[in-house]
Design a protein around this ligand. Structure first.
Ligand code: NAP
Length: 333
């Protein structure tokens, strides 16, 4: 049976501090393009697009606190969400050339459990489900409420802002550059946006945009931002805690000092992992597909060509060099 090249991105070492490109390495392996005899629960995939997501950094810790059912280990390719084409399937549910999405690996070809993939028809990916579940199920928005979104130009934040507008809310986003602020206001429909890196006093900045306070804070960054937001929440506000990207690379996480506001203002703050919302997927599609078809949802993507660009693409998330959803495209043969 003919073997073909299988380029891979491996984790080189467990990571401490900010991830570096050199924490990963590109190697050229080989693979037989055949599902092992008698394996009815695996699929051989040609990977086309790989997703870069902040949680991947958390899986690079030796003892990851994140339980996803898979863990990175040195010498193995990174596992991640992706879009792939079926080369061969042991599972009769899939056939050659089907397009699928799901959990695959950072390599050209992957043999994966068929339970980890789904047929791709119209799909917005994991961040879309994250934005939907976090905002609607935990944020419980009502028309006219005031919403603040951090990391607002990222994969999740840009959708949360648009969902808030579709609900009739006032929405402000924070991001790390003037270019991102312009996109939030002019392309993604946020009412206001500001560059948090240029605000010496985040509390004052929030008071400027929310003189009457914040009803929903969609938390993506944690740390100082969360501390300032707590001072500006309204009574009975909600804080869906989606992520805390400012903390992922710190060996000593920052303290948050204003938590007593949760009591004084009877605020509901709740963390979540997107998988808890997967049962809502049909409801999510029913909501989002008409908006996509009518051109009411915009989506900003930042695509890098070639697996070789993967390590730099992943590292870029932690300095805000990505502009929207970061994706690695693998050229077809
Ligand atoms: P993304 O598109 O990968 O973008 C990440 C952005 O975070 C960067 O572009 C940067 O933008 C910002 N950032 C990086 N370091 C920062 C820091 N120290 N302080 C403030 N902002 C910083 O992000 P995403 O995929 O939308 O993810 C956003 C958050 O949601 C992350 O915390 C992620 O872990 C979380 N998440 C959680 C789930 C879940 O199931 N709970 C699922 C998906 C994502 P700026 O230029 O604005 O700094």
């Amino acid at each position: 049976m003919a073997q073909v090249r299988n380029k891979q991105v491996l984790l080189k070492n467990y990571v401490t501090g900010f991830p570096k490109e050199s924490d990963m390495e590109i190697v050229e392996g080989s693979i037989t393009l055949k599902v092992p005899e008698g394996s009815s629960d695996v699929v051989l995939l040609k990977n086309l697009y790989l997703s870069c997501d902040p949680y991947m950094r958390i899986l690079m810790y030796k003892d990851t606190p994140l339980s996803l059912g898979f863990q990175y280990s040195p010498g193995s390719p990174l596992t991640a969400f992706g879009v792939s084409k079926v080369v061969e399937s042991g599972d009769p549910k899939y056939k050659k050339d089907d397009l699928v999405w799901g959990v695959t690996k950072w390599e050209e070809y992957s043999l994966v459990p068929s339970a980890k993939i789904h047929l791709l028809f119209e799909h917005t990916g994991m961040p879309g489900m994250t934005a939907y579940g976090g905002f609607f199920e935990l944020g419980c928005p009502k028309k006219g409420e005031k919403v603040f979104v951090s990391a607002a130009s990222g994969a999740v934040g840009q959708l949360v802002g648009q969902f808030a507008k579709l609900t009739g809310c006032y929405v402000v986003g924070s991001a790390g550059s003037q270019e991102k602020v312009d996109i939030l206001k002019n392309k993604l429909g946020f009412d206001e946006a500001f560059n948090y890196k240029e605000e010496s006093n985040l509390d004052a900045a929030l008071k400027r945009y929310f003189p009457e306070g914040i009803d929903i804070y969609f938390e993506n960054v944690g740390g100082k931002t969360l501390d300032a937001v707590l001072l500006n929440m309204r009574s009975h506000g909600r804080i869906p805690v989606c992520g805390m990207i400012s903390q992922y690379n710190l060996s000593q996480p920052e303290g948050v000092t204003n938590l007593a506001n949760l009591i004084y203002k009877e605020i509901k703050m709740q963390g979540f992992i997107v998988s808890q919302f997967y049962p809502l997927y049909p409801k999510f599609l029913e909501f989002i597909l008409p908006h996509i078809r009518e051109g009411k949802i915009a989506y900003v993507e930042d695509i890098v060509e070639g697996l070789e660009g993967g390590p730099a693409a992943l590292v870029s998330l932690f300095s805000g060099q990505n502009l929207g959803k970061k994706i690695v495209a693998i050229a077809p043969e």
